[in-house]
Design a protein around this ligand. Structure first.
Ligand code: FES
Length: 140
């Protein structure tokens, strides 16, 4: 498949596909014209990458996971199942994070009082900032 066909079918921009290839997450062969040609199985790898990014995996983690797939044949159902099995803990963590976000949205963002006495996200003297950047009370 050409890069345009893969981009249309996967919904991933051609520039992102070239980036994935640069990171060795997907591979193509060069046609006589020099244009990239991807095997149809690249679509499954791209879907895996997109899903993994949504789960919060880094490209390095995704690359390590994809490296477990066989290189001498198209991955089979069992190969993909083994990869997704490794993700259960990560998906559970993501669900917990979303539950905290939902709770915060319901309880605090809609409130906005930031009361030191009752708000769990109150942050006098920026104590949360000592734990690192970002919304520390929402992050696990
Ligand atoms: S903003 Fe009011 S309780 Fe958190």
């Amino acid at each position: 498949m050409t890069i345009g066909e893969i981009a249309r079918r996967s919904g991933v921009a051609a520039s992102a596909l070239r980036f994935y290839e640069e990171k060795r997450l997907i591979a193509s062969e060069r046609a006589g014209s020099g244009h990239r040609r991807y095997p149809r199985s690249a679509l499954r790898r791209i879907a895996f990458i997109v899903f993994a990014q949504r789960v919060g995996l880094t490209l390095e983690e995704i690359g390590a996971a994809l490296a477990k797939l066989p290189t001498d044949r198209a991955p089979r159902r069992q190969d993909w199942a083994r990869l997704s099995g490794d993700w259960t803990k990560r998906i559970d963590e993501k669900i917990a994070e979303l539950e905290r976000l939902k709770s915060g949205l319901t309880n605090c963002i809609g409130c906005g009082c930031l009361s030191i006495d009752r708000c769990e996200f109150a942050n006098p003297l920026d104590r949360a900032g000592r734990k690192g950047p970002g919304p520390r009370y929402w992050l696990a």
